[in-house]
Design a binder for this molecule. Structure first.
Ligand code: 13P
Length: 341
């Protein structure tokens, strides 16, 4: 496969394929395992992720790349094969989460700043050797308008860090997935989500230009424009699609090859229906696909529940969700296909 940044970025979003975000930190995967009653150990984390990476139909037909965590990119399958080699053998691309998490932003209660720039050049060189050809950095923008969250300083600092990260990635021959996540946890309206997402993306592309990031060799990983969960509103897929696309047409340059959404706490089918509605109102200047964590993994986690005898059931659940999201990335999904399975 080509090593040009532009070609890797194009391959990540081609043909209705999308990304599996399996880069939960050890703390986050423990929370997921607690729900299914599985102890989180290096071995159980390996077994769980190996199950998905060996689901060959899903991996070869629907999953263009996998975002890994530092532990996983160095791990071997039960039979000694590096997990990275299993991903590559399926024709999928290994990627790596390189941020070190969101910490409280000094002086701005309620805002966070994502850390991890110090030493990043050296870590990227190491990850390249381990097989990573794309990376992810997640900035977290919460909304609590009454408390002044997010502050202008939070948006400026987080987008500046994203641009420095993206430039370092491209220097290392790695495609940056640029993720400014506006959280859907708050009580805000869909229009407030629109406004905050717009302010964030406008600033982000200013920073990326200033840092000389080659947009053709980058991927945007955004939230959809959607009501906060605590608002009690569930938006129709058509409304999410209309507002999300209106925003992107205003602020995301056509030079960006693809947009791969996070699921952010949407229900499995909701995330699929919204992606489908977004693609159904195309054509668009960029490919629009998925980079889902929870919306791809909730079902296989439950089906697997830590038992070797459930590996086939876990793989079937993963394959189904990957297939549904693949169809949604092409605008060809229908609710009846969920029931048929
Ligand atoms: P979710 O789809 O669960 O939001 O995770 C995607 C991700 O990688 C967030 O950084």
């Amino acid at each position: 496969m080509s090593e040009r940044l532009e070609d890797i970025a194009a391959a990540i979003v081609a043909g209705g394929k999308g990304l599996l975000a399996a880069d939960e930190s050890s703390g986050t995967i423990k929370k997921r395992f607690d729900v299914i009653g599985v102890e989180s150990t290096a071995g159980s984390r390996r077994d769980y992720r190996e199950m998905m990476f060996r689901a060959s139909e899903a991996m070869s037909r629907y999953i263009s790349g996998v975002i890994l965590y530092d532990e996983t990119i160095r791990q071997k399958a039960a039979d000694g094969t590096p997990l990275v080699d299993i991903i590559k053998a399926a024709g999928s691309i290994p990627g790596i989460k390189v941020d070190l998490g969101a910490k409280p932003l000094a002086g701005f209660p309620g805002d966070t700043i994502t850390e991890g720039l110090d030493g990043l050049r050296e870590r990227l060189a190491d990850y390249y050797k381990l097989g990573a050809r794309f990376a992810k950095w997640r900035a977290v923008i919460d909304i609590e308008i009454g408390k002044g969250v997010p502050s202008a300083n939070s948006i400026a600092s987080n987008t500046h860090a994203l641009a420095r990260y993206a430039a370092l990635c491209q220097e290392a021959g790695i495609v940056p997935i640029v993720e400014p996540e506006v959280l859907m946890d708050g009580a805000h309206s869909i229009d407030t989500c629109y406004d905050v997402s717009k302010a964030t993306l406008v600033r982000l592309y200013d920073e990326l230009y200033a840092a000389r990031v080659v947009l053709e060799g980058s991927i945007l990983k955004p939230n959809m424009v959607i009501s906060g969960r605590k608002s009690g509103r569930t938006d129709s897929p058509e409304e999410v699609a209309e507002k999300t696309i209106k925003l992107f047409r205003e602020v995301v340059p056509a030079a960006v090859p693809g947009i791969a959404f996070l699921s952010g706490g949407q229900e499995d089918e909701e995330a699929t229906a919204n992606l489908n509605a977004i693609n159904a109102i195309g054509p668009h200047p960029w490919k629009l696909t998925f980079s889902y964590g929870r919306a791809l993994q909730a079902a296989p986690q439950k089906a697997w529940s830590g038992k070797a005898s459930n590996v086939a059931a876990g793989q079937a659940a993963f394959t189904h969700r990957a297939h549904m999201n693949h169809l949604a990335a092409l605008g060809k999904w229908k609710p009846a296909l969920e029931k048929a399975a």
